[in-house]
Design a protein around this ligand. Structure first.
Ligand SMILES: [Zn+2]
Length: 360
């Protein structure tokens, strides 16, 4: 997956540069008060000194993506830091870094880097729906022109299949995201334009408040681009955040579980079952790392795989790990409060975690 992505991204570097220039032009023509959403990427100025690069785009950005040939990239939003390492997993997801600033400082141990600064903050009209409901592309402000070539042709034609499995991802973006819709637009921009896919790869995305965003254009059953080789047989869900260690919050996990239950019902997928796909037998509800060489979606999201396979909206119960590292069976009351109905000891927790991480 990573090799393939790096190849495709370096191939597209020149195209992205050209697009950057055309967008600089459109930035000044665009009327942000009437446009649903506007993206700008303008790495206008690069000053190299002691392998530190400074980008001053002339606008406030909320995300950036970097394609570098080195092994480590660090960034800061100010000259004096603090410095953060860009998670290498982000590249595996075709990902962006959520960072709000006016200038970006970058260190890399490589010899070149393509940096895309994105301002996807302008809001779509109408606002967002409540948790649990689907936010359509129009509602989150997808600019449908990103799917087209300069000749008006669809870059990535849609194909509909009957999916047999559902692949769970984390997007390797920010936890406690201040503006998840802007992040969805930034991912869309990055996948569609910078990586040249012609659309966002995930079929659905879920934010930390439990809102679900329509992903890849084309409706139910459309083939996305999220898990190499498995795309034609699966639905890809991008859970917004980085869950390498941090556990995904319950509203997000519950919305993901509801979405999985709904799509499983729609396509006749047995959530607790297995299916033959590509080169072997897999659980129908599967973590990205179980069908490809990636750490995605992290142990903090794998934590919820049992819930994704067994979620029952009537019982509305789930297991969570408390601050003592114990597993708690939690139930949601009709008034919206959660209560702990069962607790497992640390020893049992380890067994349970093993069960959950391995899945089945
Ligand atoms: Zn993934």
């Amino acid at each position: 997956m990573r090799k393939w992505l790096l190849m495709s991204t370096s191939f597209l570097a020149i195209a992205a540069t050209l697009i950057t220039i055309s967008l600089v032009g459109s930035l000044f023509k665009a009327d942000l008060t009437t446009k649903a959403v506007s993206y700008t990427i303008v790495p206008t100025k690069i000053e190299a000194a002691d392998e530190v690069y400074r980008f001053t785009p002339g606008f406030g950005f909320n995300a950036f993506g970097v394609i570098a040939d080195g092994t480590k990239v660090s960034y800061s939003l100010a000259a004096d830091g603090p410095w953060e390492v860009v998670n290498p997993e982000a590249a595996e997801e075709g990902g962006i870094v959520v960072a709000y600033g006016d200038e970006l400082w970058l260190k890399t141990d490589g010899t070149s880097a393509q940096v895309t600064l994105i301002d996807s903050k302008p809001q779509a009209k109408g606002g967002l729906q409540a948790a649990g409901s689907l936010i359509t592309r129009a509602q989150w402000g997808a600019d449908e022109s990103y799917r087209l070539t300069s000749n008006g042709q669809v870059k990535w034609p849609t194909a509909i299949v009957s999916p047999k499995m559902i692949v769970v991802h984390h997007t390797v973006t920010a936890n406690n995201d201040p503006n998840p819709a802007a992040t969805v637009r930034a991912i869309y921009y990055y996948h569609a334009i910078v990586l040249g896919w012609g659309d966002i790869g995930y079929n659905y995305l879920v934010d930390q408040q439990g809102r679900i965003y329509e992903g890849r254009y084309g409706g139910d059953g459309v083939i996305g681009g999220h898990a190499l080789k498995f795309n034609p047989v699966s639905i890809g869900i991008g859970v917004l955040g980085t869950y390498t260690t941090e556990v995904a919050p319950w509203p997000q996990a519950e919305a993901t579980a509801q979405l999985i239950q709904e799509k499983a019902l729609r396509w006749g997928i047995d959530r607790q079952g297995t299916v033959w796909a590509v080169n072997g037998t897999y659980p129908t509800i599967v973590a990205h790392g179980d069908v490809g060489a990636t750490a995605c979606p992290g142990n903090g999201l794998r934590h919820h795989m049992w819930t994704f396979r067994n979620y029952n909206p009537v019982a509305r119960e789930y297991w969570q790990i408390n601050s003592e590292g114990e597993a708690e069976l939690v139930q949601k009351l009709t008034d919206g409060r959660y209560i702990t109905v069962e607790r497992k000891t640390a020893k049992e927790t380890a067994l349970w975690l093993w069960y959950d991480v391995l899945g089945y």
